[in-house]
Design a protein around this ligand. Structure first.
Ligand code: PEP
Ligand code: MG
Length: 438
């Protein structure tokens, strides 16, 4: 599909593009766009995350997709075998895929039927499975999939869509609506995580050579205090209408947290001065997604009410790979022993300081990771709403005591392949069925 605006598409298509931004993906018309295929990007990029939450079959980072596919080609995008597309399939392949699709849909319907039930392990431990959302409208999907709260509201999409910064009142309307829709369950609102791969030239005209290592998230907010304080005030005010928590992304050192707290104090003082209704006791949490924060987790835990482990970035920054760069996608390893050590360190620091830990990266939504996460001790997981049913099913088949032993035994392994093989062997009876290419 060349030189066509997404908004102008008026028939059912699979979009094949060189690249798609998260904002492009969030604006598509669901009834017309049936899939995404791109040359650039990766499944854990923000565009990938948006596509997954919209349940759009997608393959990112195929390098030669736009060169190999022509307008009006017939395409199959495989949602089970990651990364596979078939261009102009033979009739029998098409037929086989229609059957596969029917089996996949039957499987999903099966697990979705039970997704409103609580997530309790075989030995009776109840887990808190929450949803990550990007738009208030996704509350419907969070509830349909059986989420027990919003564990991560990525607030940047409102900013990306507008060509200016939203006002405090505009933000308040959205956050208040979200708080009220979710009451009595909790909603964790994360402050603006802009730049990195969520770049919008209207917001910050400076294009950086290494955006992932640049003025992203809280770094941008601390440099643009008026924007930051506007958002914090809206969050504190929405806190009067539901159970809201405040989450700060990309903290990489204590100084940043000290500065954030000063901004929050200023927001509180201004709201008091202006006699606004707000909640001054909103729990404050930080994302643990940068290795330096893991190393300082003990000290940081003493200063906040909760941690949220963002594995999408923790993997990116620990393994030194750009999460959008398909050439190093093989190093994007959630179960890498180094990543597991970081998660464990973070969890132990939180436990020692008696604060809650949530995991909200994509790692929490992949069944193979669940035994080790539960074994480490994590009990609060937040994920793409579409992943909740399959994770609930997995949780119900797990025994915490066994998971704890397995996670301890993993220490003997030094490579991700050994870890994956070991888990696959130990949990072969309960890992969801995966079709292999026939
Ligand atoms: C993460 O980094 O794991 C995370 C949840 O945040 P984001 O994907 O928005 O960077
Ligand atoms: Mg992140």
């Amino acid at each position: 599909m060349h030189n066509i605006k997404i908004a102008d598409i008026n028939k059912r298509v699979i979009i094949v593009a060189h690249d798609l931004t998260p904002a492009d993906a969030s604006q598509i018309q669901l009834e017309l766009i049936k899939g995404f295929v791109t040359d650039r990007g990766g499944k854990d990029s923000h565009t990938g995350i948006v596509a997954k939450s919209l349940k759009i079959p997608s393959v990112f980072g195929l390098a030669r997709a736009t060169a190999s596919i022509n307008n009006d080609d017939i395409l199959i995008v495989d949602v089970v075998l990651p990364g596979l597309i078939i261009i102009n399939p033979e009739e029998d392949t098409l037929f086989r895929y229609e059957e596969r699709l029917a089996r996949f849909e039957a499987y999903r319907a099966d697990i979705e039927r039970e997704s409103h039930l609580p997530a309790i392990t075989r030995d009776g431990v109840e887990l808190n499975l929450m949803a990550n959302i990007e738009l208030v409208e996704e509350v419907v999907s969070a509830k349909d999939n059986g989420a027990s709260g919003i564990g991560l509201f990525r607030t940047e999409f409102l900013y990306l869509d507008l060509k200016r910064f939203p006002t405090e009142e505009e933000l308040l309307i959205k956050y208040k609506e979200l708080a009220e829709l979710m009451t009595p369950q909790s909603v964790t609102i994360r402050t603006l995580d802009i730049n990195g791969d969520k770049f919008n030239p209207y917001i910050d005209p400076v294009e950086e050579a290494n955006p992932a290592l640049g003025l992203r998230a809280v770094r941008f907010c601390l440099e643009n205090k008026d924007i930051f304080i506007t958002q914090i005030k809206a969050i504190l005010r929405a806190g009067a209408f539901g159970h809201i928590k405040l989450l700060i992304p990309m903290i990489s050192c204590m100084e940043e947290l000290v500065q954030v707290k000063a901004v929050i104090r200023q927001a509180v003082a201004e709201l008091e001065r202006d006699e606004k209704v707000f909640n001054k006791d909103i729990p404050l949490g930080i994302m643990i997604e940068v290795p330096s924060a893991v190393l300082m987790a003990d000290e940081l835990a003493g200063q906040v009410n909760f941690f949220s482990i963002g594995t999408n970035d923790l993997i990116q920054y620990s393994m030194a790979i750009d999460r959008r760069n398909r050439r190093v996608a093989h190093l994007y390893q959630a179960l890498n022993p180094a990543v597991l050590k970081m998660i464990k360190m973070t969890f132990e620091a939180a436990r020692k300081n008696n604060i809650e830990v949530v995991m909200c990266g994509e790692m929490a939504g992949d069944p193979i990771n669940i035994p080790v996460l539960l074994g480490i001790g994590i009990r609060h997981l937040s994920m793409n709403p579409a992943s909740i049913p399959v994770i609930k099913k997995m949780v119900r088949d797990i025994d915490i005591e066994k998971a704890r032993k397995i996670s301890e035994e993993l220490i003997q392994f030094t490579t991700v392949q050994e870890i994956i093989r070991f888990i696959q062997e130990e949990y072969k009876d309960i890992l969801p069925y995966k079709e292999t290419e026939d």
